[in-house]
Design a protein around this ligand. Structure first.
Ligand code: GLV
Ligand code: MN
Ligand code: MN
Length: 414
């Protein structure tokens, strides 16, 4: 077995440097698909890839592939990677640990004198976060064929810019029909990520081996009532879209509690009020809802019951409601052979671990449709994520990269 030295100082420095490409001030990180900041972060990453001596290519939406060429480059590859986009006011480690950590794992293998039989490929997914078009895992959805070009072309961002105009602004003009990967492209795919929950930290364990990813669903409710003067329209005469939205939000919480279990979670994370003026009755409201469970059938039961409750509220209040379903994804299971490979690498290195389910979604949810897939989790402080104070320690990042490098080495030799 070749000795592997993870250059944790270089990696931590790169995580800091990447975090500086942000549309909000430090310590927060905001990086949204195809913006100028996103372009600068990509350029930074491509420079690091070139410096490491790996070649890269980009597809028509900007997914980046960096290759550590194997002795037999025609064999299905071993993939690793994650995302570098960040929701508004996020932290430094979500996604980036899997990208820069994946790059460091490839560099460490190269430094050790190893050349794999199969090529090892770092994949930097586009827009894992739903910030711009409301749909998470845009890059991996298209790579896996779960989202077809004609569906993506219908998307508009919050400024009503079309998918293709936004893509062109980011400098991507290629054929969308070529984004989907064949199911022969990867022999295996392994993603390193922070846990985003406190379980590993509480258990005092440095590694989680992900055996399944929960089923996320998201949708918008467009509510239309009647606007008017906040002083002049009497209460019995109102059709206030925001009051309906408020009642619906509480109903969503109730439906999750009544028809779900502790594994069911529902969030109204997006509210747009029109005209959003203090002396005007809201005439239109858009609610963005995220609903998840580790079981898709239970999630869908909760969904049906909350939609029924929302319709009843709208009927009572004279509000028109339109449902816009954004996604209703099935959960994914990790590949047992990959789970075993991760576990045996932990055992070889004397690193304790536990198996776990991922409640957050990841690009691996979609990669599992076209390749045997698994994930390696490392702890993050207090389980905090999607916040500026998100933190993962250098020791834990180092351990995660060491395990990942071992896994890539083993798979690269099969
Ligand atoms: C991914 O960021 C998620 O919301 O699970
Ligand atoms: Mn995230
Ligand atoms: Mn992530």
């Amino acid at each position: 077995m070749t000795e592997m030295n993870i250059d944790i100082d270089a990696l931590m420095h790169e995580l800091e440097e990447l975090a500086a490409f942000s549309d909000t001030p430090p310590p927060s990180v905001t990086r949204v698909l195809w913006t100028e900041t996103d372009q600068k972060a990509r350029a930074y990453l491509k420079r690091r890839i070139e410096e490491a001596g790996f070649s890269w290519r980009e597809d028509a939406i900007g997914n980046i592939f960096a290759t550590f060429e194997g002795k037999n480059p025609r064999l299905p590859k071993v993939g690793t990677g994650s995302h570098i986009d960040a929701i508004p006011h996020a932290g430094k480690y979500d996604g980036t640990v899997g990208v820069l950590g994946g790059l460091e794992a490839m560099r460490a293998l190269k430094r050790s004198g190893f050349q794999p039989r199969r090529s090892i490929e770092l994949l930097v997914f586009n827009a894992e976060e739903p910030t711009r078009f409301g749909v998470g895992c845009l890059g991996s959805r298209m790579l896996s064929g779960a989202l077809k070009p004609e569906e993506a072309l219908k998307f508009r961002d919050q400024d009503h810019m079309s998918f293709d105009d936004a893509r062109a602004q980011g400098g991507f003009l290629g054929d969308l029909g070529k984004v989907q990967l064949s199911d022969q492209h990867y022999f295996a795919f392994v993603e390193l990520h922070i846990e985003q929950m406190p379980n590993l930290e509480k258990a005092g364990l440095p590694i989680g081996v992900v055996t399944a990813i929960a089923a996320p669903s998201s949708f918008k409710l467009h509510l239309t009532g009647q606007g008017g003067h906040a002083g002049a329209v009497l209460m019995p005469d109102r059709k206030d879209a925001f009051l309906a939205a408020s009642e619906i939000a509480l109903c969503i919480e109730q439906a999750v509690k009544d028809h779900g279990t502790i594994d069911t979670v529902g969030t109204v994370g997006l509210v747009q009020v029109h005209p959003n003026a203090i002396n005007s009755i809201p005439s239109k409201v858009e609610l963005g809802v995220d609903l998840r469970d580790i079981e898709a059938t239970r999630r869908d039961r909760v969904l049906q019951s909350l939609l029924q409750a929302a319709e009843d509220i709208c009927l009572k209040r004279g509000i028109r409601m339109e449902l816009e379903m954004l996604n209703q994804d099935p959960p994914s299971k990790s590949d047992p052979m990959l789970v075993k490979t991760i576990q045996s690498n932990c055992e070889k290195l004397g690193i304790p671990y536990q198996n776990m389910v991922s409640r957050a979604y990841h690009d691996s949810l979609f990669m599992a449709r076209i390749a045997p897939t698994a994930m390696i989790f490392i702890p993050c402080k207090d389980g905090i994520s999607h916040r500026p104070d998100e933190y993962a320690s250098p020791e834990h990042i180092r351990t995660g990269v060491e395990v990942l490098a071992g896994v890539l080495r083993d798979l690269g030799e099969v």
